[in-house]
Ligand binder design. Structure first.
Ligand SMILES: CC(C)(COP(=O)(O)OP(=O)(O)OC[C@H]1O[C@@H](n2cnc3c(N)ncnc32)[C@H](O)[C@@H]1OP(=O)(O)O)[C@@H](O)C(=O)NCCC(=O)NCCS
Length: 176
């Protein structure tokens, strides 16, 4: 990982930057056959500044922003403690990594790894035994990234993007 990568917790002052990165990066996680209308509908409903503000007001939710050097942020993550919808019987002892997104120009530089490392630190700090997440079954880049970092597939779920019902893998990583 590059020493230039920084990760910091985001605050309400960062909402516009978070929404901007989210809008740019969400399409990267969608399968090629997801319609742009569905993607735009999802962005409007779930990744607006209002939506980020709502999430940020929840005590269980944390956002992190990652940057390289002195430049603008190039990635973000969203963690939810005690979220429902996790692997059966395990959800309450795990933190959900609900989002981890890096702009395309910064892929492959260790930014995702730095965000994941911060998520693990946060989960440990909360006394949780691991992390869970859902990822699109067609998102081979993300699946390979998660596997490389010790996640294993434990189930499946569906996830709605606009009117499109996407097929996700559910993955977990136990923290030692
Ligand atoms: C998944 C993601 C967060 C990884 O972030 P990153 O900063 O590129 O990750 P890192 O540089 O730390 O690690 C790169 C790893 O990602 C995987 N990866 C990157 N590009 C890949 C590609 N084209 N094909 C397959 N795997 C790829 C590999 O495991 C790679 O490891 P390697 O460099 O040793 O081969 C980033 O690719 C991303 O934001 N993707 C789009 C949004 C997304 O899909 N988010 C996850 C939603 S569940």
């Amino acid at each position: 990982m590059s020493n230039d990568i920084t990760v910091r917790q985001a605050t309400a002052r960062d909402i516009s930057e978070l929404a901007d990165i989210a809008e740019r990066t969400f399409p990267l996680a969608c399968p090629a056959d997801t319609s742009s209308k569905d993607i735009q509908d999802y962005i409007q409903q779930s990744l607006s500044e209002v939506a980020f503000g709502d999430h940020m007001s929840s005590a269980e939710t944390d956002f992190y922003l990652a940057g390289v050097g002195e430049g603008a942020a190039v990635g973000y993550s969203m963690l939810v403690d005690g979220s429902s919808g996790g692997p059966a019987g395990m959800g309450e002892d795990l933190v959900e990594l609900r989002r981890i997104y890096v702009v395309a120009e910064a892929h492959g530089k260790g930014v995702g790894a730095a965000l994941l490392e911060r998520a693990e630190k946060r989960a440990r700090g909360l006394g949780r035994s691991g992390i869970w997440l859902g990822t699109n079954q067609a998102n081979h880049r993300a699946i390979s990234f998660y596997r490389k970092h010790g996640f294993q597939q434990v189930g499946t779920r569906t996830f709605e993007v606009g009117k499109s019902v996407e097929q996700d893998f559910v993955m977990t990583k136990q923290l030692g």
